[in-house]
Design a protein around this ligand. Structure first.
Ligand SMILES: [Zn+2]
Length: 265
């Protein structure tokens, strides 16, 4: 239907938009349920209903290194004569700017790749994927870089899960962001009044449970999701849009890893 040519950091990419008829698979029975907690050092922690810790996606260290490299390249470029009204940018600036663009593109691609692989694996292997319905717009106001990166990774993660679960017949359930997934004990249900962000281990004063904070939260989310799938709205309920909407959901950037653009049958 269309082709788009783009240049980024000296690399050229051509993406094609194609229309392929694909039948939407029947929704699967909600047997394999996974809750996903998102964080900063561990980007995605996944656990099942019975408390099995099945997914751990670390925020790769090389991202942090690459980001330092990017900041360094940006500082060099900023000291050189860039494009201004009436003056041409210097050759030294062009060279420095090229380095900035290439580093930028490298980081973006690596992150996109990680999110793509994780969301595909989840949508294929689990029937119900439960995530927190986080307020991304509010979080981006936070100026801490690591937090910003984690937020960006979360927004794209949720967006991809939304359409990939439709492709593979699984379901995405979003749990209300006010549900205290981190403060609740996954063993006895006691809710702590306070839990500091520094507490990496959840310890329950009532039943004695000691468990990684992220895993505890992920188990709680999985259980909340199960409750959601058994509600009157039916499995996945509001999160499964009508088939006709699907054509708009795939992004051209994913053409290299995702082969199909879904259209309504
Ligand atoms: Zn407890």
């Amino acid at each position: 239907m269309a082709a788009t040519l783009t240049e980024r950091g000296g690399k050229w990419t051509i993406s094609f938009t194609v229309e392929i008829a694909q039948s939407i698979p029947e929704p699967r029975a909600p047997e394999r349920i996974i809750g996903i907690d998102v964080g900063i050092t561990t980007l995605y922690t996944g656990a099942t209903l019975n408390g099995e810790h099945v997914l751990d996606v670390e925020n790769p260290r090389h991202y942090v290194r690459a980001e330092k490299k990017l900041a360094h390249a940006q500082r060099i470029a900023s000291r050189r004569q860039g494009p201004k009204k009436g003056t041409a940018p210097s050759n030294r600036w062009k060279k420095a700017n090229g380095r900035v663009q290439r580093t930028h593109a490298g980081i973006a691609n690596a992150r996109k790749n990680l999110i793509n692989q994780t969301t595909s694996m989840l949508a294929k292997n689990y029937d119900v994927i439960v995530i927190e319905d986080l307020n991304v717009a509010g979080m981006v106001k936070n100026h801490c870089l690591a937090k910003h990166v984690a937020d960006a990774a979360w927004g794209e993660f949720a967006r991809q899960l939304e359409y990939k679960t439709q492709w593979y017949g699984s379901a995405l359930v979003r749990v209300d962001r006010f549900y205290p997934s981190s403060k609740t004990c996954s063993q006895c249900g006691t809710v702590k009044a306070t839990l500091s962000l520094d507490d990496r281990v959840y310890h329950c004063g009532t039943c004695g449970l000691t468990l990684g904070r992220d895993v505890n939260a992920a188990i709680n989310l999985a259980r909340q999701g199960l409750a959601g799938t058994n509600s009157g709205a039916g499995r996945g309920g509001e999160v499964r849009p009508a088939q006709q909407k699907l054509v708009a959901t795939a992004h051209p950037d994913e053409a290299s890893t995702e082969t199909l653009t879904v259209v309504g049958a």
